[in-house]
Each structure stands twice: as structure tokens, then as C-alpha cells.
Design a protein around this ligand. Sequence first.
Ligand SMILES: *Cc1c(COP(=O)(O)O)cnc(C)c1O
Length: 454
Amino acid sequence: MTQLDLQALQALDAAHHLHPFNDNAALAKKGTRILVRGEGCYVWDAHGNKLLDAFAGLWCVNVGYGRKELGEVASRQMTQLAYYNSFFQCTTEPTVHLSAKLAELTPGDLNHAFFTNSGSEANDTILRMVRHFWAVQDQPQKQIVIGRHNGYHGSTVAGASLGGMKGMHAQGGLPIPGIVHIDPPFWFADGGDLSPEEYGLVAARRLEQKIIELGPENVAAFIGEPIMGAIGVYIPPRTYWPEIERICRKYDVLFIADEVICGFGRTGEWFAGQYYGFQADIMAIAKGLSSGYIPIGAVMFNDRVAKVLAEKGGELAHGYTYSGHPVCAAVALENIRILQEEKIVEQCKNDTGPYLAQRWQELGDHPLVGEVRIAGMVGALELVPNKRERKFFAERGKVGVMCRDFALKRGLILRATYDSMLLSPPLVISRDQIDELVVKTRGALDDTARELGM
Ligand SMILES: *Cc1c(COP(=O)(O)O)cnc(C)c1O
């Protein structure tokens, strides 16, 4: 692309395209970065820069870029039957195969799928599903859902309400009624003198306190991301999730795991439930389900929920034109085939994951790094003003952006949330590419320290 073409595209973009999660006035001045190609763990921008994508697009390109099979499958399905719905007692072959495949892959008795186009829509669906579940069992008052402050469950009205992002709540009058939040498990900022394991129990018992305060007869469900992604990759201590599960069982509150990031190998297990050893009643999936090649998400729910919906639920008054879209289903199936046949998840668990963890931990010796977090192929570096204290920068977010921009200059895409540098590479990243990632990250940390006069 010539410089002129690029400037023209940027001008059109500024004039006509409202970007998600962006200060669009600032972006219009700066000019959008336009990506033009991807292969494996790399993407190329319109300037011809080759960038190592340590963020897998947006936590989603698990099998890496440029897998031709996925395009071929989409093309075949489009040619044969581009669309048919799953309303009116109909469906399509790939849709059926995908629901059976997901029932087999997901842990325990999560044997039932409802298809959506995204993670947000999956969580939107879940909110209605859990309230309906209790209402048809003569408990219409059991409808409050408990989420967590700073959680992220998407951008639809229900998704953003279940999530706990204050900035999102401030726009559009959220959360909607009947959704409350407890504090998230974030030992670095909140753990005080407790060990992470002790703290995990303390953080989980906030759920119990909240259920008792609200009355268990009023609480429909709890929802959480096993690892909190968007806020900065908060990886809870091992003790947290089993305790959450115990509490949900004790008070008969449905346990919803939002596995949109963790699902499909991100932790080195197929699902974070297997990583932490918990069994959810309902699960939201998206992102890695298609490795981001095509929009698709799903709600997986267990036999108990399915039985109530079947025997008492009546007609489900919910659905999307593209629920179970055959092309999306075919691409998701092919993506799962690639993950399974190439043993990509096993490789992360046994080889590249441990190697990434070891190399990422090494960055903990850097003067800017206050905490290193990593689980399988997802992690973060918490940048701090003083390594000896678990305290944030006074003005949060400035240093993170600085480090992110330095990384980009070195050909590495990292994301920053406040001053956490986030890591979530394609699962196919090789040892050599991990070395490149770590060298470039250290370079960006050095650049940042220099700029700060440290
Ligand atoms: C990305 C994300 C969502 C929302 O998914 P979309 O496909 O963007 O709607 C929901 N939950 C979690 C944990 C996510 O990371």
C-alpha cells in the first residue's frame, strides 16, 4: 500500500467508522493502524511492519493466523448451504455436529448448547435463561445474579451489567436491576499479609456473605471469569474456585463460568474448569471456539438446567437470526479438529506453556515489574513504581501505554490495561517465538524505565 492510499484510508476511517472502546477524536488525529495480513503468530500492518502478536488478536486467534482449512471449510459450506436458521423446528448439519462435539469436549454434564454470535450474546442469553430456570420452578423471586467488580462479560446491556466495569456502567444507565457485584480476587492489591492461598478463601467467602445478605432464596446465579482477562489478567489463587463452587452448591445458586477467554486451551487445559478443578452449571464460550476466524459463541448448560427447561420451560422466547449459523458452525468444527489433531492444547500444557511460564517469570527481575502472573498461555506483568511495595503508580495507566508503544516499535503487540502488560499469544507459538517475545518485552521494559529516568 502506498503512503497516499494509507492516508486516504485513514481519512475515510476517521470520517465514517466509530471504533469500539476508543477515544475516537484522539484516534482521528493519530490515524488508525491498518492490518493487512496474518501468518502464524505474526501480522503485518499497512506500513509493511511485521509484528509478533502476543495478544492473539483479542485473546482469540488460538490456532494462529492464515489457516487455509478454515477458509476452505467456510467456502464449501457457503456454496452448499450458506444459511438456514434453527427456528421453526429446523437446523443444519454442522450445527448439530458442533453441539454434539461441544457436549463431548466440555467438562462434566455440560451436554447442551445454545448458539450465539459472540460472548456478549452468550451472557445475555444466560441472564434470561437462569431467571427463567427459577421462575418455572415456582421461585420467581430467585433472580439476582452476582458478578464481580471489574469483571468483563461483554458489551451488550446484560453483558455489561453482569460485568463490573464502572466506566461501562456510567454510559447508558447500567447495571440493569437485579445484578450486584462483589470484590474480585486480586491478591496483589488486596491480599494484605495473607498468603495467596489464604486470601483465595477470603475472597471467595465474599460470595457467601453476599448470598446471606441478599437471602439465598433471591439469588439465581453467580457469574465469573475463571481468570479475569480484560481488567488485567487476575489469576486467582488455587483455593478460590473450589470454595466458590462449594458456596454455590450450599445455597443452590447456579454457577456460571465465563470461559470466553479461557476456553479452548488458553490455560493449557481445554477449559479453566479443568485447570482449577471446578464444575460449572453453565458456561459461556466464544473467542477460541472459532479462533476468531468467524463470529460464534455458545452457552453450554448441564443436564439439570436442560431438564427443567425441557419439562417446565415451555417455548424458549429467545433466539438470534444467526443462532447456529451453518458456516460459523462448520468453521468452529474445523478449528476444533485442528486443535485436537495437532495436539495444540497438549503441547501448550506439556511443552510451550511451561517454557513460556519460565521465560515470562524471568522478567520478574526487572526494576519495573512488581508481579508476574501466568497460567498456561495467559499472563501479565504488573508495572510498579517501587518493586518492594505492592502499590500502583499514582497516575494509573500512563506507564502501561508507554510500555505498549515501545513494544510496538520493537515489533511486538502487547496490550496494556492500566499498568498491567497483558500476554495471550496464539497457542501455536513456538519456543523460538517465545524467546523473541521475551527479548522484545524486556527491551520495551528497558525503554520504559529509561523514559521514566529509573
Ligand atoms: C471478550 C469477552 C466477552 C465478550 O465477548 P464478545 O464476543 O466480545 O461479545 C465476554 N466475556 C469475556 C470473559 C470476554 O473476554
